[in-house]
Write a protein that binds this ligand. Structure first.
Ligand SMILES: [Zn+2]
Length: 484
């Protein structure tokens, strides 16, 4: 959509920056020892600190700092040896202490980048301004009788804010950036980054300017987007809305909007004039955080292979195409599943094809992930082996796969139980072939008169006769022998 509208007006370009908030996976909260758990009974994981009682003091969770350092290193950031904490003030019933502890001018991570693959197989580095620690607020629940209830279980849950530079140009680049950041968090195992539970959400800033203009256009922020698809749609919508205004000589107002998933539009939330003044100041309860080189080195050792490295390795080691590898690495569990299967049966191309087509198709329909499914790599390897040996054809293999995915049953058992072995016995198939030729004198005559394409008809008849179990290669050979 928008890429089209910008194609029609090539003198203009979009500038997009993204802020992501992600919840960290830790046992306890950021500044107290309450459990960091999703879905507990309201107000069961709270204490005077995260409930904001006066006179209590926050104590920073070391694990949170470990995680931030790790993400910073994985996204090529400089790790600050000294960083500070600030208070961001606002009044809302889900935040009893009336401020959020965040970081000020000296966040832990600064000046990094995330490499993103582009459609022409090149890599673009999207710059990061900063990554810093924040804490989540509680939740206000509006009841049936107009009452409002407050649940503070989420209050003080550690959050990271990851702020990109405005270096993104299109919705597809924005989606690629978000997906890559999401994978990095999952590879590092520092966040569930579960978008349905709100533990990974994005605010996108979109502005339009003439390519020749040095200064950026007026920025509009679309807040709290919790899906890659919606992020792309919201950006496309904003580019079109803003460019139409500019083309009609109307002014863009600096404002905050929200993405409406029902109307597929961004909706006005508040203008710049209504923006809150958070009155930031250094938090006197939080000492300056010092991180020494040993700490950084310790974390560095724990960093696993990252998506970008895995991408290059899968292409090199298994001769996968760039596009195949990009899909596989998106989900670290899927990439692991692929490699574990290859270890058992060394047929990387076939395994990759099956994974990307049949397995991903199945997971998408069932709305589950590979680790939530009953498909295990041992069974999957056996299925690939049976296909490769020719004991089942691809049509039957799909049937076996579906049973295997639903039940977790072993494919060899399924094949035996259902009598699905491919018939490769030449004598048996020859009888079928001869019978079909006898019953189709007309087609035979046409074939002999030069209509070669009828071979497909004959093979199809034999497949039908053998209930899809005949070996099509042998059947074709037998026809070529007997159709004379
Ligand atoms: Zn607490």
């Amino acid at each position: 959509m928008s890429e089209n509208i910008l194609e029609k007006h090539p003198e203009y370009e979009a500038t997009i920056g993204i802020e992501v908030h992600t919840q960290l996976k830790t046992n306890s909260k950021a500044y107290c020892s309450c459990a960091n758990k999703f879905g507990a009974k309201p107000n069961t994981n709270i204490c005077p600190v995260c409930a904001g009682h006066p006179g209590t003091l926050p104590v920073l969770n070391k694990k949170v700092v470990d995680h931030v350092i790790m993400l910073g290193l994985a996204t090529n950031c400089k790790i600050s040896k000294i960083s500070d904490f600030a208070r961001k003030h606002y009044f809302y019933p889900d935040t009893p202490k009336n401020y959020q502890i965040t970081q000020g001018d000296y966040p832990i991570c600064q000046e990094g980048f995330i490499p993103v693959e582009q459609s022409n197989n090149s890599i673009k580095k999207i710059g990061l301004f900063r990554i810093h620690i924040e804490e989540d607020a509680g939740k206000v629940i509006h009841g049936k009788n107009n009452e409002s209830l407050v649940d503070l279980n989420r209050s003080g849950v550690p959050l990271l804010e990851i702020v990109s530079k405005p270096e993104i140009k299109t919705s597809s680049e924005a989606k690629a950036y978000l997906m890559r950041l999401h994978s990095i968090l999952r590879y590092l195992d520092i966040s569930n980054a579960n978008m349905d539970e709100g533990s990974f959400r994005a605010d996108v800033n979109v502005s339009i300017k003439k390519k020749t203009d040095k200064e950026l256009g007026v920025k509009v922020e679309v807040k709290n987007i919790n899906s890659f698809k919606f992020a792309g749609q919201a950006i496309d919508f904003e580019i079109e809305r803003q460019l139409n205004k500019i083309l009609n000589n109307k002014k863009i107002k600096q404002e905050t909007r929200t993405w409406d998933t029902k109307t597929h539009k961004t909706i006005f939330m508040r203008s710049k004039e209504e923006a809150q003044d958070y009155r930031y100041f250094t938090d006197p309860d939080m000492p300056v955080l010092e991180i020494d080189q040993n700490w950084i080195d310790e974390i560095k050792k724990q960093i696993p292979e990252l998506p970008q490295e895995k991408l290059e390795r899968l292409i090199k080691d298994y001769k996968l195409t760039f596009d195949e590898a990009v899909i596989l690495i998106e989900d670290v569990n899927l990439a692991d599943f692929f490699e574990q299967t290859v270890k058992i049966v060394n047929l990387p191309k076939q395994i990759c094809n099956w994974l990307l087509r049949n397995v991903l198709g199945y997971l998408k329909t069932e709305k589950i992930t590979i680790e939530e499914s009953k498909i295990n790599h041992q069974n999957f390897a056996q299925l690939i082996q049976e296909i490769d040996k020719g004991s089942i054809n691809t049509k039957v293999a799909q049937e076996v796969f579906e049973i295997m995915a639903q039940t977790g049953q072993n494919p060899i058992e399924i094949i035996k139980e259902k009598g699905l072995e491919q018939v490769s016995d030449e004598k048996e198939l020859e009888n079928v072939v001869l019978k079909i030729i006898n019953n189709n004198e007309d087609q035979k005559a046409k074939y002999l008169a030069g209509n070669d394409r009828l071979i497909k008809f004959f093979v199809g008849q034999a497949m039908k006769e053998t209930k899809g179990k005949g070996n099509p290669v042998i059947i074709q050979k037998l026809y070529e022998k007997h159709l004379k």
